[in-house]
Design a protein around this ligand. Structure first.
Ligand SMILES: Nc1ncnc2c1ncn2[C@@H]1O[C@H](COP(=O)(O)OP(=O)(O)OP(=O)(O)O)[C@@H](O)[C@H]1O
Length: 345
């Protein structure tokens, strides 16, 4: 039996922009990736990495320069305008700035795509009521966007994007203008869109916390190239590329650096070791067993453990106090079960 083809597939895609007299800009460079039906797939990268370009290729707003983009098995470059419109109808978009019509009510905003698609009045009213119920803002149906909070406006944006039952939802920096608490609320809603409605979601973000909270799989874009991709838990457990490491570190914040490290040094004069806590948590067993045996005491000075996809990730920095040789022996034992970095002053 062969595995089902991905719902969205990039095959060695390059996108180059030619602007006036300047040199051409390569926004995407040999991108190959597959997004399966039912995935919450995050594309992460710094500003200018090519994330928005990738989105514009999926919903066929731009043609590729070379390579192929397939949506539901169809090579988009083979389609004419009519076929492209058809593909776009199956894709909902959620935007950073919500893009709501200020002069229409919540109801009017959500009903708008249905009107364009030719739905009758009664069918529209039924569908809008359903959608507002799903996103939890039924009581705001006759308000205008300007009267609502950012989180509420984004719920409307999501309801509107779902109106015509798309198979795919593209969320481009959909939480970047929201505070952390509202971000979590909107992410939980997107997760429900995925699990309860079965919609495949592509999340574009520069925030690793967003990836951690919602995504199953992630691709890391750097200067138009995919430098890493896979299940989120795998990428967190062993990031291979420097860009990925920097992203992962923003979430875990598990090792003291810079000023933090200097302050810790002032208070803790013993040897400091930063250890990585893996899913097996073997480090705990070694510590409780070996500390007594080697006559070494320890203090926890920094770190934390986070849960991701049912697995534990994090790091603990310990101050080890005891005879030099005993501390050496303990560090050697720790190195057998996990990564250990000695933080030398
Ligand atoms: N229409 C265009 N014409 C010329 N250059 C473009 C165009 N669109 C994007 N680019 C360039 O392509 C590169 C990738 O841009 P893109 O907007 O896809 O990145 P991004 O990761 O979405 O960044 P941001 O998060 O800042 O939006 C950048 O160098 C950008 O200047």
């Amino acid at each position: 039996m062969t595995a089902a083809a991905p719902l969205i597939e990039f095959q060695d895609v390059t996108k180059t922009f030619r602007t006036g007299r300047g040199r051409p800009v390569t926004a995407l460079d040999g991108v190959t990736l597959g997004i399966d039906e039912g995935d919450v797939f995050a594309i992460i990268g710094y500003s200018g990495a090519g994330k928005s370009t990738l989105v514009r290729l999926i919903n066929a707003l731009e043609p590729v320069t070379s390579g192929r983009v397939l949506v539901d098995g169809t090579d988009l470059s083979t389609l004419r305008e009519r076929g492209l419109r058809e593909v776009r109808r199956g894709i909902g978009m959620v935007f950073q700035q919500f893009n709501l019509l200020r002069s229409r009510t919540v109801f009017g905003n959500v009903a708008y795509p249905l009107k364009i698609a030719g739905w009758g009045k009664a069918a529209r009213e039924k569908r809008v009521a359903e959608l507002l119920g799903f996103v939890g803002i039924t009581d705001k149906a006759w308000h205008y966007p300007g009267q609502l909070s950012g989180g509420q406006q984004q719920r409307i944006g999501i309801a509107r994007a779902l109106a015509t039952n798309p198979k795919i939802l593209l969320a481009d920096e959909s939480t970047s203008s929201l505070d952390p608490e509202t971000t979590s609320e909107v992410l939980r809603l997107l997760k429900r869109v995925n699990t309860e409605l079965g919609v495949t979601i592509v999340v574009i973000t520069h925030e690793m916390d967003v990836v951690r909270e919602i995504a199953d799989k992630v691709a890391v874009l750097d200067s138009g190239r995919v430098v890493e991709q896979g299940p989120v838990a795998d990428v967190f457990a062993s990031p291979k590329e420097e860009t990925t490491r920097r992203f992962v570190e923003t979430v875990l914040r598990d090792q003291p650096r810079g000023d933090d490290l200097a302050r810790i040094r002032e208070r803790h004069r013993g040897r400091l070791v930063a250890t990585r806590v893996g899913d097996d948590r073997r480090i705990g067993a070694v510590l409780s067993d070996a500390l007594g045996r080697h006559g070494v005491r320890f203090e926890l000075v920094y770190g934390g453990i986070k849960e991701l996809g049912g697995r534990a990730f994090g790091g603990l920095t310990l101050e080890l106090l005891g005879e030099e040789s005993a501390v050496d022996a303990l560090v050697a034992e720790l190195r057998e079960v996990t990564e250990v970095e000695e933080l030398v002053p």
